[in-house]
Structures are given as C-alpha cells and as structure tokens.
Design a protein around this ligand. Structure first.
Ligand code: ATP
Ligand code: MN
Length: 552
C-alpha cells in the first residue's frame, strides 16, 4: 500500500525533505505563544479533505464530491455572544449596545489566552493566510488559526486565495482569527453569559472564537473588521450581493437580511457575479470582500437553482446537511440538524463569476425583504429619501412557529440590512450610501421576495421565477420606464406592469381575497416601521424621517 502511494504522489517523501532543507525559514506561530510544532499552512483542498476524513469524525464526503461537515451544537451565528473591547482609541466610534457589547481589554486577554492554551493542546494546527477585499489597494491580509481541517477549507474558500508568489511575500497579517471553537468560554469570566464568546479587538485586529464551531462566525468576523476599517477611510462596506452588466461592467447591489435572496438572486446567468454577501464601495467602484459564496442549502434543487447546485462539488463544503449512509446523496429537504444548512464554494465555481471580483459603480441599489405579512409589493421604486428610510429600517420578517403549529409572521428590523455586523452607528453607513448613490445616480428599489396573496398561512412565497423577472426588468431599464401607482400606506411608487410577471400580483391588495384584512395588516406593518424608526429619528435628515409610512 505504502509503495503504491509513493508512486502515485509526485511529491515523494525524499523530495519533500529536500524541499524542507532548501526552504528556510520554516513556519511557526511562536509570536502568538503557540508552540505546536505541526502547523499546516495553506494546504490544498485535496490535502484538507484527506485531513478532514482521517482526523475528524464529524466530516464525510458527498456523492458530488463536496466535503460534508457537522458544526456541532451551534448551527448558526451567536450574535448575543459577541463582545468588543472598549478601548480609548475606538470608544467614541463604536455603536455600543446589543450589537457591540463592551468588554475590557483584560477580559479579551483572558479569552485570548484561553484560546491559545487550547490550541496548544492540539497535535496539529491549520493556518490559512489569505486576503479580504479584491481591490489590491484596500485588501487586508487575514490569518486564520484553527483546529479543524473543515474550518481551514471553509476559509480557503471564503477568503481570496493568494497565489504562490503572494503567499511567499505575505508577511505579517493585518487581522488574526484564533478559532478555538471546540473549547468553551468560561462563564465565570467577567462579561460572559454563555459557553460561547466571539471577541473582537479593533486595536489588535484580533478575533477570538470560543464555544462555537459554526464556520460562518469566521467569515462574519472578517466582515465586521471591514465594517470598521472601511468607513474610517471613506469606503462603504455593505451586506449585499453584487452583479455586473456584461456589456457596461456597471454593477447592481442586492441588500437584504438573511434568507431574503442575496445569494440566490445574484447567481444570475444573465449577469456577471461579483459576490454574494459582502462588498465595499470605493471611489473606483465596488469590490467583493470574499473569494467564495455561502449559500443556504435548504430545499435546494438543480431545477430552481442550477448554478448553486452544480457549485457544490469537490472543493466545496456542505455544512450540517443530512445524507444517505450508503450512497452519500445529500437530502437538501432534510432539516433535522438545522434549517440553516449551508454550502460554501469558491466564487469561480459559478460559471459567470467575474474574476477579479470588482465592477463599476452601481446603476441600481435593490433592497430585498422577505415580507411574511404579504403586504409589500413585489417591487417598488424608492425616492432617495425613501431609500435612506428603508436602508436604516432594514426590514424583513421571519415566520416564527408557535404552539400547535400556528405560525405568525414576526417583523425584524436590522439597520443597514446588517445590524449584527455594524461597528459604527448606522447613520455613518447611511450617510456614505446616500452620498455615493447621489453621486452615481443609482436608482433605488424595494423588492419583496416574501409572501403574496395573503400573509404566511394564507398566501404563498413569491415564485423565484417572478422575482428573477423583476430583477431582470430593473437591470434592463424596463421598470424605470414603467407606469406606477402610489402606495397609499407606504408612499412609494409601485410599477403596474413588468415583463414576465402577471400584472395582478404587482399590487398586493388585489391578490388578497379579504381586502379589510389586507388594509389592517398593512397598517399594522406601517406601525411597526414607525415605532422602529423612532430609535433613529433624532439623527435622521428631515426628508428621510418623513419618507416612511404616514401615520393614520
Ligand atoms: P444570508 O445572508 O443568510 O446568506 P441570503 O440573503 O443570501 O441570506 P439566500 O441564501 O439567497 O439568502 O436564501 C434565499 C432562500 O429563499 C433560498 O433558499 C431560495 O431558494 C428561497 N426563495 C424562495 N423564493 C424566493 C424568491 N422569490 N426570491 C429569492 N429567494 C427565494
Ligand atoms: Mn447569502
């Protein structure tokens, strides 16, 4: 067996030892107090598969070649467990509160040391050195230190992979993430409220992860850093997907909270894909922060989402999916581990991805919302003031299950469509967006990918095909020309015709059999918007304040 393996491998052991002696200096993590000798830096996907399948009982391979991994107890982010060091240099800049809960430097050090102590108990560690940001002038060098090969593969996918030359000259990273997620935080440590702690120091540019192995925590950690350092330099960081026009190279942005369709709708064969989740807008145009995509995998089918389906192959990671023990075929409808099953793949796995992932200034800024009340129109055109109002509101709705199978929509408002990742106050991002949209004359739209024909329970989710037709009509200019009708409650202009979309669904009231119920539900949602906006009213421009639904 060993002989065959030696033959099969180009890099035979003798050649490897030659390489080692010629290739000084060897890589270590001594500067962080990490003494583990066996450090595997930037392994190839194939090597990471090998490690994952040999060392990690929570990993397997799908029949399509994707690496399957279980993330353990946590199958989503832990926003309540995020902490930010309160430091004199950044104290006045940070939006303190439930998103950014302060801890002192001492507590950060305790958790950092705890993570490092744990890392030091491991036989072997994995390091991924890679970039965040496709604009070479504005990219950050990121170092991930982790224990699970699947985490290394995930960040190899999600960050921008350096070339061999770039890796050789990588130097010292700008940002370091210590992922000791297998090991819990100590609840007796000051400021800890659970066994999970995700701690950020803006001054040290370090992230410490304890008590969660959900891989998305690392990617959103990098995004949070960008959300601090971007605006500091006048660069707007945004929780949105982006596509570009094949002819003009100009872009379009899709903002939205989780599950509203950023990833799904950005995989659009008619457009170039720039990225599915995190972008920056600079004076030169837009650029993706990431090198990969992280799609929701629930109910994925090759018919409805062919681009994403085919991307989940060798080199991709499938998190928390259930598969057939014999064939290893994945059942995307099985949510017994979590509703939040995910697939991560390098962006070039999408055939029309544009590499490098940069594009011109946006022609359109689209806010996606999944309105489970079913009262917002499938598409509305927003004035600049309405755009700011909706950006600050960041509305979507969840369908929360209650006792006895009764479900009731629950409104979520998250400023800038990405509250959990903001570091500055929302107004900082809103002002930058307003300025840039005005400067580049971008149109603003609100697209409801949620319910039509009634609230959740009576109506049904907007057909993906119809939402895609709406997005296409925005991009080719059809909707900018369409006749509109003013919504009496929300005040925006609603296009009354759109190619490939039945006109009767464009005005939601028409689709409800019970008009009185529509009116009451619309008023209810309007009220939720108004009471949420009160939090931001003081700092908002008067025209923005007036751009929400009118009080009755
Ligand atoms: P996250 O920030 O968590 O990554 P996201 O905004 O990228 O969320 P998607 O991964 O695109 O969200 O998830 C949208 C989900 O909703 C997909 O599972 C998609 O199949 C489903 N869906 C159903 N109908 C629609 C629709 N009309 N438009 C968009 N998505 C839809
Ligand atoms: Mn997404």
């Amino acid at each position: 067996m060993a002989a065959t393996q030696t033959k099969l491998r180009k890099d035979s052991p003798s050649k490897e030892s030659q390489k080692e002696s010629a290739q000084a200096p060897t890589f270590d993590l001594a500067q962080y107090g990490i003494t583990v000798a066996d450090i595997r830096r930037n392994l190839s996907p194939a090597e990471l598969y090998k490690e994952a399948l040999r060392q990690d009982a929570q990993c397997d391979v799908a029949d399509t070649g994707a690496l399957i991994a279980l993330s353990g107890e946590k199958t989503g982010r832990s926003p309540k467990d995020k902490r930010v060091v309160e430091h004199p240099d950044s104290k006045g800049e940070v939006w303190w509160g439930s998103v950014n809960v302060p801890i002192d430097n001492e507590t950060f050090d305790v958790n950092r040391e705890r993570a490092i102590d744990y890392l030091n108990t491991r036989q072997r560690l994995y390091v991924v050195d890679a970039f965040a940001g496709w604009d070479p002038k504005n990219r950050a060098r990121v170092r991930i230190i982790c224990t699970r090969p699947y985490h290394a593969l995930f960040m190899h996918i999600m960050l921008i992979r350096p070339t061999a030359d770039e890796l050789r000259s990588f130097g010292e990273p700008d940002v370091v993430i210590y992922n000791a997620g297998e090991f819990p935080a100590n609840q007796r440590t000051k400021g800890m409220t659970s066994k999970t702690s995700v701690d950020l120091s803006l001054e040290r540019k370090e992230f410490v992860i304890l008590g969660t192995e959900y891989a998305g925590e690392m990617k959103k950690g990098v995004f949070t850093m960008m959300n601090y350092f971007g605006p500091k330099r006048g660069i707007l960081s945004m929780h949105c997907s982006a596509t570009a026009d094949k002819k003009t190279g100009l872009s379009s942005l899709l903002f939205g909270l989780s599950g509203t369709g950023k990833t799904t709708l950005s995989a659009d064969p008619g457009r170039l894909l720039i990225g599915d989740d995190e972008h920056c807008w600079s004076d030169q145009g837009i650029f993706n922060i990431e090198g990969g995509c992280y799609a929701k995998a629930i109910d994925l089918t090759p018919e409805s989402e062919p681009e994403i389906f085919q991307a989940l192959r060798f080199g991709a990671v499938l998190e928390n999916v259930v598969f057939d023990p014999e064939t290893h075929a994945v059942d995307f409808h099985d949510t017994s581990i979590t509703q939040n099953t995910r697939g991560a793949y390098p962006i070039e796995f999408i055939r029309n991805a544009k590499i490098p992932c940069v594009a011109g200034h946006p022609t359109d800024v689209i806010f996606l919302t999944c309105d489970a009340f079913g009262v917002l129109p499938p598409v509305s055109k927003l004035t600049p003031a309405q755009a700011m109002y909706h950006f600050i509101s960041g509305y979507t709705a969840k369908v929360a299950g209650t006792e006895m199978g009764v479900t009731e929509p629950q409104a979520t408002f998250s400023p800038c469509f990405g509250g959990p990742f903001l570091v500055w106050r929302p107004a900082k991002y809103a002002e930058l967006l307003a300025k840039k949209m005005e400067q580049h004359k971008a149109n603003a739209w609100l697209v409801n990918t949620g319910w039509s024909g009634g609230s959740h329970g009576t109506g049904s989710r907007m057909k993906l095909k119809l939402t895609r037709a709406i997005i296409t009509a925005i991009h080719n200019g059809d909707l900018a020309k369409a006749k509109t009708q003013r919504d009496p409650v929300f005040g925006f202009d609603v296009p009354i015709a759109c190619p490939d979309v039945p006109s009767e669904i464009l005005i939601p009231r028409n689709t409800w059999s019970d008009k009185a119920s529509y009116d009451a539900t619309a008023q209810k949602l309007a009220g939720l918007f108004r009471s949420n906006f009160e939090k931001y009213a003081d700092g908002a421009r008067p025209d923005v304040r007036a751009a929400g639904p009118a009080a009755t």
